[in-house]
Ligand binder design. Structure first.
Ligand SMILES: [Zn+2]
Length: 122
């Protein structure tokens, strides 16, 4: 199972370099799918503020997708361009499944440990 991303996410600068270095350090230690996303994707509608736009009249606004996630203990909300939505949705869904799988393996390990403590030959 490998999730290849088509978005070609390649930010530059010291912060991007730091994040990438930490990411590859962790990917070297654990078998983690490299491009999954956390959080949740949601749709809201926003008025753009242009007095001549149709949204000023019909008040329905423009669809705006955002990704809400935790980073460094803080809640972050990032706008997601429309052309990325399908792929981001797929990566968020796969990310959720991965996190659930890890939690389930940990829980199974703890339960197996408890069973073994009761069943092991004395
Ligand atoms: Zn508008």
């Amino acid at each position: 199972m490998y999730y290849y991303t088509h978005m070609n996410i390649a930010p530059q600068g010291p912060k991007a370099a730091r994040l990438r270095q930490r990411k590859f350090e962790l990917l070297g230690r654990f078998p983690i799918p490299p491009d999954l996303l956390p959080g949740s994707l949601s749709l809201t509608h926003r008025l753009c503020g242009q007095p001549t736009c149709h949204c000023a009249k019909d008040r329905r606004g423009h669809p705006v997708w955002s990704l809400t996630f935790m980073a460094g203990g803080k809640k972050r909300v990032e706008h997601i361009p429309n052309q990325w939505v399908e792929e981001v949705r797929r990566l968020v869904e796969a990310g959720r499944e991965f996190k659930e799988a890890v939690a389930e393996v940990f829980a199974a390990n703890a339960q197996l440990l408890a069973l073994w403590r009761k069943q092991r030959p004395r």
